[in-house]
Design a protein around this ligand. Structure first.
Ligand SMILES: Cc1cc2nc3c(=O)[nH]c(=O)nc-3n(C[C@H](O)[C@H](O)[C@H](O)COP(=O)(O)O)c2cc1C
Length: 220
């Protein structure tokens, strides 16, 4: 079971990175493998709306998207972390999610004639856990957080929350002072225990199903 964190702050050692790493370090203590990716050095262009992915199950634009997308496919839980910029997630994370959502959908499904709906065969993200994390100085959290929840819920994922929304607070003038937000740190730690609980429960039920399957095969 693996948790991947995608941090979209353009600032190294910023508050978003801090809160995200609180979650990862607690997950590691709970025995979950983790990986942190920053989008700082990634070139991810916006979706061009070419619909190439619908027929070809791949994104036509060749940049760092492919590397990040592959890691998303391999993860069982994905943390999507963003600072709040003008009440919204960052444009780079939005570009990644637009392309990942569409490509992930058309890997598994076939578009029928325009007048027909298609038979849902799942998406590349089906039943993955998604935990949104947003960080703001003052306001705009709920809109940015909702953007991430909306991405998760249209892509057949399971959203993981905490004892409050998974948000952290930052100081004025771009201060890197996340360690002062004790409540935010507690929210992130509790989020990590929820993710670990769900991953372990899923793993247990998958292992059980495999055992039952083996017994049934040997009995036949
Ligand atoms: C371009 C820009 C827009 C921002 N817009 C908001 C905002 O709408 N609401 C808010 O509370 N803080 C806003 N902030 C403050 C950041 O959310 C805050 O400083 C946060 O800690 C930045 O994350 P980082 O430390 O990971 O870089 C904005 C900052 C920048 C640079």
């Amino acid at each position: 079971m693996k948790a991947l964190a995608i941090c979209s702050s353009p600032r190294e050692n910023g508050n978003t990175e801090y809160f995200t790493k609180v979650v990862l370090s607690k997950l590691e203590k709970e025995g979950i493998e983790t990986e942190f990716i920053s989008l700082i050095d990634k070139k991810i262009d916006e979706c061009s709306g070419c619909y190439h992915c619908v027929k070809n199950a791949e994104c036509k634009i060749k940049d760092d998207f492919q590397e990040v997308f592959k890691k998303m496919l391999e993860a069982d839980a994905i943390l999507l972390a963003s600072p709040v910029y003008h009440g919204s997630i960052t444009s780079k994370l939005k570009a990644l999610l637009d392309r990942a959502g569409f490509t992930g959908r058309w890997i598994a499904n076939e578009m029928k004639a325009k007048s027909n709906s298609y038979d849902w065969k799942g998406s590349a993200f089906s039943r993955k856990l998604v935990a949104p994390i947003t960080v703001a100085r003052r306001t705009g959290q709920t809109f940015a957080f909702s953007q991430l929840m909306l991405w998760a819920t249209v892509n057949d994922c399971i959203v993981v929350g905490s004892n409050y929304w998974n948000v952290g607070s930052a100081g004025t003038s771009g201060r890197r002072d996340a360690e002062n937000d004790k409540e935010g740190i507690g929210i992130m730690e509790h989020l990590a225990s929820n993710i670990a609980y769900l991953l372990n429960t899923i793993k247990y039920s998958e292992d059980r199903a495999e055992e039952v399957n083996k017994v049934e095969l040997s009995n036949n």
